[in-house]
Ligand binder design. Sequence first.
Ligand SMILES: [Zn+2]
Length: 54
Amino acid sequence: MLSKLKSLFQDRCPDCNEKLHVESDSHRCIKSCPHQHYTEETYHHLNIRIVYRR
Ligand SMILES: [Zn+2]
């Protein structure tokens, strides 16, 4: 159940379709492409999402 739920939040790089590497703590979640094409930072307490694309 937990793994199924988690898969909903997994994302893939829009450029190379590689699975994004995810780091998270209580303040933010960072998803990034292992090839540096794409980074997404989510700040939970601010309800802000920042996306970088290269
Ligand atoms: Zn990529």
